[in-house]
Design a protein around this ligand. Structure first.
Ligand code: ADP
Ligand code: MG
Length: 226
């Protein structure tokens, strides 16, 4: 496998697995996996529904703990220090706070980061970047699912992370809108130097990424060995 784009090792996964236990049943959502993410990487993870893409992204984000193996963020620090800030996640499921406006939703992580003075301006800039400035004052229930997905992407960008993880960010978008959102995401990554990892079903979306990893039944069939 080709080496990652940058020098800085953002995420290092060594033999990382995740088993979910439900009653008497054990489900191995992620088989032991060794891979890494470096600064400037642009990786698309493809795989059918249930193959383990979201599980892997949640582990990368430090939102979940592996059942076995070692997960480290050498350039970013300990798991407690990752979010908000160094790693941003645009979730697959709806994730906007229902009683906050679109712009307030984007400001929220910035306020948690202590960026009080800049929060409003940065939220507006993120919305404008995605062509969504006209939605700033709406509540999440007043926008479409596809618009909400792009707002979640804007929110993830606004905290200027070193790694942005986007879980099927074009899942509710038509091909043209999805292609445009992907291009904006990659332009943003170029401008900021952030690494981007997405999960996607869409081969056309995956093609715009430098590297494509494949998941099948919890197995990552491609990924670097470092
Ligand atoms: P994908 O994102 O590729 O659709 P997921 O990572 O969401 O796949 O899920 C992988 C497998 O793990 C699926 O079989 C799913 O049902 C199971 N799974 C995911 N999250 C949980 C959970 N919190 N508890 C139990 N099983 C889960
Ligand atoms: Mg998923």
């Amino acid at each position: 496998m080709p080496e990652g784009a940058g020098e800085k090792l953002l995420v290092s996964a060594q033999g990382v697995s995740r088993v979910f236990i439900q009653g008497q049943t054990e489900l191995q959502a992620l088989a032991p996996t060794t891979c890494s993410i470096r600064s400037g990487d642009r990786i698309a993870i493809m795989g059918s529904s249930g193959s383990g893409k979201s599980t892997l992204l949640h582990l990368f984000a430090g939102l979940d703990l592996p059942t076995s193996g070692t997960l480290q963020w050498p350039e970013l620090g300990s798991r407690e220090d990752l979010r908000p800030g160094k790693i941003s996640v645009a979730f697959q499921a709806p994730s906007l706070v229902p009683f906050l406006s679109v712009s307030e939703n984007i400001e929220l992580p910035l306020l948690i980061l202590g960026e009080v003075a800049a929060a409003s301006e940065r939220a507006n800039a993120a919305l404008e970047r995605l062509g969504l400035a006209h939605l700033a004052d709406r509540l999440p229930e007043e926008i479409s699912g596809g618009q909400a997905q792009r707002v979640a992407l804007a929110r993830a960008m606004a905290s200027e992370p070193q790694l942005l993880l986007a879980d099927e960010p074009t899942g509710q978008l038509d091909q043209v809108t999805g292609g445009a959102a992907t291009a904006l995401l990659l332009d943003w990554a170029t401008a900021t130097g952030a690494a981007v990892v997405i999960a996607t079903h869409d081969a056309a979306v995956a093609r715009s990424f430098d590297r494509v990893w494949f998941m099948e039944h919890g197995r990552l069939s491609s990924g670097d060995s470092a």
